[in-house]
Design a protein around this ligand. Structure first.
Ligand SMILES: NC(=O)c1ccc[n+]([C@@H]2O[C@H](COP(=O)([O-])OP(=O)(O)OC[C@H]3O[C@@H](n4cnc5c(N)ncnc54)[C@H](O)[C@@H]3O)[C@@H](O)[C@H]2O)c1
Length: 338
């Protein structure tokens, strides 16, 4: 769930600054900047007044993307780095956004990407640990349920893991939930907040529609259909792109949005709350120590993890289906870096 104020900012990045000196330090790196997500994400971050410097890295194409994006008439500096310049790309960065890795093709689950993306994410996290150990890391690369534990485990091995600074970006699930619910009930998405908890893949995505006045209006078969669409909305895009990848533009929007929320928190704005997949105590006693629930973002990153709140019996059933799957995904990620 985004707060109402945060919800308003979905369409346009906010620049309400609470500390100009903190704002000056907002150097953001995109690792995987040459890709389907990386390019539009870089453009949107260039448009965010809270980003003062943009560092674009990829194993191919980042200098070209940087030259292009750097002509946009906003204040931030943009630098592109070639494949052998990862360390330089990470120098002095405050926030690292990672969309590096392969996307799905029709018929693939996010877990099918594990073999390729696990080592990409591990190696990038190891570089962050070496060069900018205090950076906040926003993981977009799938499977997020496993890549976030991989990043955490890699940082832990390097002795620099701080659970307040590692985030799985689940914002696209929230964006889809808002859009699909608003379509179903005839409202404006910007006034149709929905909390989505759990993880980021099929049955681990748990939308809590009963917590809003609009979501309560959707019942029975319609509710089932809406939940399924939120959980498997990514498949619609994979299918329509017919082998050319998965969501890139809506993901870039969601990624830029979450980055803006974090930067607002880092700037000292109070009450910035968004769901994100973090080290989370809510289900840790069941061996599930990463979970997405509404998180308050502040000057140190994760400031406060909120509980999921009151849920319906149907949503409890969704959660019951989510937890064992999520546990497997988390364990798989941890085993990879053990
Ligand atoms: N979290 C989400 O909601 C969400 C949504 C959609 C897609 N994704 C995931 O995002 C990832 C990227 O998707 P895409 O469509 O942009 O893919 P893409 O293939 O278009 O782009 C990936 C980019 O990563 C680069 N790359 C590969 N290895 C790298 C490395 N070691 N260092 C730096 N860059 C490297 C590639 O050169 C490429 O430019 C996929 O894993 C996809 O599943 C996540």
């Amino acid at each position: 769930m985004f707060t109402r104020a945060a919800a308003r900012s979905l369409a346009a990045p906010s620049s309400r600054l609470f500390s100009s000196s903190a704002a000056r330090l907002h150097k953001v790196a995109v690792l995987g900047a040459g890709g389907g997500i990386g390019q539009p994400l870089s453009l949107l971050l260039k448009s965010d007044p809270l980003v003062t410097s943009l560092s674009l890295y990829d194993i191919r194409g980042a200098p070209g993307v940087a030259a292009d994006v750097s002509h946009v008439d906003t204040g931030s500096e943009v630098t592109g780095y070639a494949a052998d310049q990862l360390d330089q790309a990470l120098e002095g960065v405050k926030v690292v956004v990672i969309p590096a890795g392969v996307p799905r093709k029709p018929g693939m689950s996010r877990d099918d990407l594990f073999n390729t993306n696990a080592s990409i994410v591990r190696d990038l996290a190891a570089a962050v640990a070496r060069i900018s150990p205090e950076a906040h890391i926003l993981v977009i690369s799938n499977p997020v349920n496993s890549t976030v534990p991989i990043v955490a485990g890699t940082l832990e091995k390097a002795g620099v893991f701080d659970p307040r600074r590692v985030f799985g970006v689940t914002t696209l699930d929230v964006v889809r939930a808002r859009r699909f619910l608003s379509e179903a009930v005839g409202t404006s998405p910007k006034n149709t907040g929905v909390t989505v908890v759990g993880g980021h893949s099929g049955p681990t995505i748990v939308p809590l529609l009963s917590q809003t006045e609009w979501g309560k209006q959707v019942t029975g078969e319609s509710w089932k259909k809406l939940v399924h669409r939120i959980q498997f909305g990514g498949d619609e895009v994979v299918k329509a792109k017919d082998g050319a990848g998965s969501a890139t533009l809506s993901m870039a929007y969601a990624g830029a949005n979450f980055t803006n929320h974090l930067l607002r928190g880092l700037s000292g704005e109070k009450g910035v709350i968004a769901p994100t997949f973090v080290k989370n105590p809510l289900y840790a006693d069941q061996g599930i120590d990463f979970f997405s629930s509404p998180v308050e973002l502040g000057v140190n990153g994760v400031e406060k993890i909120h509980p999921i709140g009151t849920i319906s019996a149907d949503e409890q059933a969704l959660l019951d289906a989510c937890l064992p799957e999520l546990k497997k995904n988390i364990e798989k990620g941890k085993a990879f870096v053990a």
